[in-house]
Design a binder for this molecule. Structure first.
Ligand SMILES: Cc1cc2nc3c(=O)[nH]c(=O)nc-3n(C[C@H](O)[C@H](O)[C@H](O)COP(=O)(O)O)c2cc1C
Length: 429
């Protein structure tokens, strides 16, 4: 039987996704100065709901206001805003799609201006120049408190009308830090062996399942590899998935990388840390499909793969190879929110690949800017460009695909600084 993008999918908890396309988590930066949901989020998520994806996953929502991924994150830690969350959930599921809240703690990837000494498994700083402070090793009590916080946020998500949650265990944030032998140097029950490093994610999954009940979808986003020498490897991901089989996960999303090696958007990745993959599959568009195929035999839950999918042919191949049950779409959804509907109807057979289309135009920067600096402007400008599109959509201005990379490079940090300056509560412990 061939599976096409419009085939429904039943999840282990009994919930049903109406098709195989998911709008993957995209951080929005549209919360209010108390990190509560806003009408801008409602507007953005109504667009995505009406866009046709069977599953829409929110940008990362934090469990602690002192640990933000960026200043405009939504936080749920007793900061109020319950009615705003209800309105957000209602708008985001208006078309009958599933709407899952992604729950996160950024750990050492918290920007330094928001917290100079964030909590992490160990006091190991990111290997990046500037931007992130020296972390502090979490105590056992703090670890137990964090697990309770994840479960609390999941309960609030359920109570306010989100139809599921996704635990963010990927991309170098706190859970992924616990899994990484580089970031986690602990010698107690939370570090050392893979079993110990995976304890944090397992305990979070169990606590959430106990809090939300058996019939509520709980997803997990996990790195198929950190793509770093000495980091969390594909073999470890395979073993961790074996441990997660009994933790009540309804959908396992596979991604990869972290701030040091941004493989999740097709960049970085230490070549020496790549697992050998079959030559015939190397040219596939999706970054992590070979990794998903290696994880598939052990995973008893449905798998979603995100990163690089741009054609219906590539998506159908991934579904029919058995490596993926759901296709995640990220960057294309930043500009055209109705792509799933058009892909499903056959109106289009591919999405724009903005990540390769976007280039610094001649004359956008002066001749004094050297090649290295141009590369930096292009890389950071691209990330800012995608983030700004979501802000414009939320503000009702429409996407601005004609915006230049240099403009995005300048405007995005300005926007972030202004959002940080408006925050009304203390973000430093
Ligand atoms: C602007 C932007 C924001 C993102 N925010 C999140 C996030 O909040 N949580 C997350 O798990 N991934 C996040 N991602 C990663 C995407 O979910 C996805 O894994 C990545 O973009 C690769 O998929 P794509 O090739 O379809 O874009 C973000 C990516 C972009 C470009």
């Amino acid at each position: 039987m061939t599976i096409d993008l419009s085939s429904p999918l039943e999840l282990p908890c009994g919930a049903r996704l109406s098709n195989r396309i998911c709008k993957a988590a995209l951080t929005e930066g549209l919360a209010d100065p108390m990190n509560r949901a806003t009408p801008e989020l409602e507007r953005l998520y109504r667009l995505w709901s009406e866009g046709g994806a069977g599953l829409v996953i929110t940008g990362n929502v934090q469990v602690d206001r002192t640990h933000l991924e960026r200043p405009g994150n939504v936080v749920i830690d007793g900061n109020g805003g319950i009615e705003a969350l209800r309105a957000y959930a209602k708008a985001g599921a208006v078309a009958g799609n599933h709407l899952w809240m992604q729950i996160n703690h950024p750990g050492r990837q918290t920007p330094i201006e928001l917290n100079p000494h964030p909590l992490a498994p160990s006091a190991v700083a990111l290997n990046l120049t500037g931007g992130y402070g020296a972390p502090r090793e979490a105590t056992e009590d703090e670890i137990l408190d964090l697990i309770r916080r994840f479960a609390h946020v999941a309960t609030v998500a359920r109570e306010t009308g989100f139809t599921g949650v996704q635990i963010h265990g990927a991309h170098g944030y706190l859970i992924s830090q616990f899994l990484s032998p580089i970031a986690n140097r602990r010698t107690d029950a939370w570090g050392g062996s893979l079993e110990n490093r995976a304890r944090f994610v397992l305990e979070i999954a169990r606590a959430i399942r106990a809090a939300v009940g058996a019939d509520f979808p709980v997803g997990l986003k996990l790195n198929s590899s950190d793509f770093q020498l000495g980091g969390f490897t594909l073999d470890e991901a395979i073993a961790a998935v074996g441990m997660l089989n009994d933790a009540g996960i309804d959908l396992l999303e596979l991604s990869g990388g972290n701030y040091e090696q941004p493989a999740m958007i097709g960049l970085g990745g230490d070549e020496a840390a790549r697992a050998p993959v079959r030559e015939s599959t190397l040219r596939r568009e999706a970054y992590f499909l070979e990794y998903a195929a290696a994880i598939r035999p052990v995973a008893r839950m449905p798998l979603m793969v995100t990163g690089g999918f741009r054609t219906t042919a590539g998506m159908a191949e991934a579904l029919n190879s058995g490596a993926a049950d759901v296709i995640g779409l990220g960057r294309p959804m930043c500009v055209e929110t109705d792509l799933p509907r058009r892909l499903l109807s056959g109106e289009i057979d591919r999405t724009p690949a903005w990540e390769s289309l976007l280039k610094l135009a001649p004359g956008e920067v002066g001749p004094e800017v050297d090649a290295q600096r141009r590369q930096l402007i292009e890389m950071l400008g691209k990330q800012g460009w995608f983030c700004l599109q979501l802000i414009y959509l939320g503000q009702g201005k429409g996407a601005k695909p004609g915006m230049g990379l240099h403009e995005a490079f300048v405007e995005y940090p300005r926007n972030e600084a202004a959002t940080a300056a408006r925050l009304l509560h203390s973000h430093v412990q």
